[in-house]
Design a protein around this ligand. Structure first.
Ligand SMILES: [Ca+2]
Ligand SMILES: [Ca+2]
Length: 297
């Protein structure tokens, strides 16, 4: 009984649904045909376009993975232990001389003097008397304008500065055996300054207040034919260090070589040259001399 009623209800509902569907279908068909007006004379308002409003798509960009920033690692640079490739300059070993060691020129006994600027402290020879090929670096800067290739540059350093004016006669001088040969030049032992060398030339600076001379360059060359030393004029230049404790002397090698060849019959070899610096001066007690290197006893 119940089932019959349910079936009847279902059937009734089905018929009703079908009737509604047919009605709607007819209505839609009529409406559709009424919209088609291709030759309409009057402008038509544009049909509203059914625009589907789309929700913007939210695109989720994945969070970038945070890559850890690498910590820079600093490799410590070890200090350079090897010095740059520079030629090491060998210290120039020049001859040094004691202070207050001047001797009486005739008696060769120690002599005290209070004069300034007449006591050698060092000179441009080694202890054996070989002429140094180069000046010590700190001295070379003071005669940087003297071309060493063209000039013979001699120097001596003093324990006390040279006064602007000398009280008595002074010779600051250098004697040179320019070929390092004992058999040539002024004979060995002929002078006090050359007991161990055959010197061809003596050059230096001379002061004599009595005659008005102050620091006059001079030169004596051994004249082989006459067996005597002879004064020659030659362009020589003298210079003091700013403190007047170093005396520099310059003479052109070429011109000196020509004179030595002509007068001494010697061809100078500067790398074989030996020599000695000396100061001959008028002390309170008489004529005195200081040598560097010292003369052998
Ligand atoms: Ca001395
Ligand atoms: Ca000689």
């Amino acid at each position: 009984m119940v089932n019959q009623r349910r079936q009847a209800l279902v059937f009734g509902l089905g018929v009703l649904g079908l009737a509604i569907l047919v009605g709607v279908g007819i209505a839609i068909g009529a409406g559709g045909s009424s919209l088609r007006r291709p030759f309409s004379a009057s402008p038509q308002a544009p049909l509203p376009t059914a625009t589907a409003t789309l929700s913007p798509t939210l695109t989720l960009t994945p969070e970038p993975t945070e890559t850890p920033i690498p910590t820079p690692t600093y490799t410590p640079v070890p200090p350079t232990l090897t010095p740059p490739n520079r030629p090491t300059l060998a210290p120039v070993a020049f001859a040094s001389d004691a202070s207050a060691d001047a001797v009486d020129f005739n008696a060769l006994v120690p002599l005290t003097t209070t004069l300034a600027g007449v006591d050698i402290q060092a000179a441009g020879f080694d202890e054996a008397g070989h002429l140094l090929a180069e000046l010590p670096e700190e001295l070379a800067a003071q005669v940087a304008d003297w071309a060493p290739a063209d000039n013979l540059i001699l120097w001596m350093r003093l324990h006390t500065a040279v006064p602007v004016e000398q009280a008595g006669i002074v010779y600051w001088l250098f004697a040179l055996d320019t070929d390092g040969d004992l058999e040539t030049g002024r004979p060995v032992g002929d002078g006090l300054i050359n007991p161990d060398m055959g010197a061809e030339v003596t050059l230096g600076v001379h002061s004599n207040p009595a005659t008005g001379l102050q620091f006059e360059p001079y030169m004596s060359i051994w004249d082989q034919a006459r067996a005597e030393s002879k004064r020659y004029e030659l362009t020589a230049e003298m210079k003091f260090s700013p403190e007047r404790e170093i005396l520099f002397l310059r003479v052109p090698k070429l011109k000196l070589g020509e004179l030595l060849s002509e007068l001494s019959n010697v061809e100078p070899e500067w790398e074989r040259t030996v020599g000695r610096a000396a100061i001959l001066f008028e002390a309170e007690n008489g004529l005195a001399v200081d040598f560097c290197p010292d003369i052998p006893e």
